[in-house]
Write a protein that binds this ligand. Structure first.
Ligand code: DGY
Length: 322
């Protein structure tokens, strides 16, 4: 029997590409160039499986004409780049990679908090520019994280992992917003107070870290009104999705001194980053590195492969979306 035809839209870790190439008739993207939505739409007519990433866009029009594909094996946990309703309407199974990137993403949220609080990016830029004149008592004074209030928006796996790190490492007090009460098991050993609204969290916290999916009702959940509540010393960290924050409102809030700073790993129109942020010292800007460790990226790839294996063997996929 012919092997299923699989398209991998970007370059993946070698070990996973080797595994897929053994079991499938795979087209790999050796030069790692992004594909357009139209190219992906056309591929859905030629391949049995397409494996996209967050840097691909799959709007409804991708799913309109004569599809051959039966499964989208997304390399990543977030799927707001895929029009899920259209994909499901066209009969596709969609899978993702939950769990394996939790620790790395939480690590990066803490990295951003520390970099912001201790002005690490700013200090490094000063030194590399040759502008450091030596140690002095009032040079580049930052803030302590210890004992501060951390606000979490979205107490899922990554939110919880972030809280564990912040409490164990820095003794931070925690308030959070989550639509529903998180499971008691997941929250075991955590001392965190659930508040009724995002606004209440913004007002109570010194540092707010976002951990909700993008798109839908979450788009621009953090806008001008919410940012104002964070206050002139408040720090915002986003390792979730860019569109959760209204970027124009964020720029305005920073420019007006309404918040103290922002640490961002994700943006509304990646890879574009608002020009106004590029020159600011009170922001830390990373290029969507949340899951970027060798172990995690390999685990993500193997998870996609496990889902394809199950699907093409006629078994239930382990990680269906929705
Ligand atoms: C995800 O998995 O959704 C990340 O944003 C990509 O690492």
């Amino acid at each position: 029997m012919a092997k299923p035809k699989v398209l991998v839209t970007r370059t993946w870790p070698e070990a996973v590409e080797a595994r897929l190439s053994r079991d499938y008739d795979v087209t790999l993207n050796a030069d790692d160039t992004p594909m357009s939505a139209d190219e992906i739409g056309a591929a859905l007519g030629e391949y049995d499986a397409v494996c996209p990433t967050v840097s691909d866009k799959l709007p409804a029009r991708c799913f309109e004409d004569g599809l051959r594909a039966k499964i989208l094996g997304n390399f990543g946990v977030g799927v707001n780049h895929i029009d899920l309703e259209a994909a499901r309407g066209a009969g596709l199974t969609v899978t993702n990679t939950p769990g394996v990137l939790t620790d790395c993403t939480a690590d990066l949220a803490l990295t951003l908090m520390l970099m912001l609080a201790r002005r690490a990016g700013e200090g490094e830029r000063e030194l590399r520019a040759g502008n450091w004149t030596g140690w002095r008592p009032t040079h580049m004074i930052g803030r302590k994280l210890s004992g501060r209030v951390l606000g979490i928006v979205g107490m899922g796996r990554i939110g919880i992992a972030t809280v564990r790190r912040a409490q164990a490492g820095f003794g931070m007090k925690v308030v959070y917003y989550n639509r529903s009460e998180p499971g008691a098991d997941a929250m075991a050993g955590l001392d965190a107070q659930r508040l009724e609204t995002v606004e209440a969290v913004m007002e109570a916290a010194d540092v707010v870290s976002l951990h909700i999916p993008g798109g839908g009702a979450n788009r621009h959940m953090i806008g001008a009104d919410q940012l104002k509540l964070l206050g002139p010393d408040g720090l915002l960290v986003n390792t979730a999705r860019g569109d959760v924050v209204d970027e124009a409102a964020l720029v305005a809030a920073l420019e007006a001194g309404e918040i103290g700073g922002a640490g961002l790993d994700v943006y509304e129109a990646e890879p574009q980053v608002p020009k106004a942020l590029m020159t600011r010292q009170d922001v830390v800007l990373l290029p969507h590195l949340g899951s970027a460790t060798r172990e995690t990226r390999e685990a993500m790839g193997h998870m996609v492969a496990d889902n394809l294996d199950a699907f093409f063997a006629g078994r239930d996929v382990p990680n269906p979306v929705g």
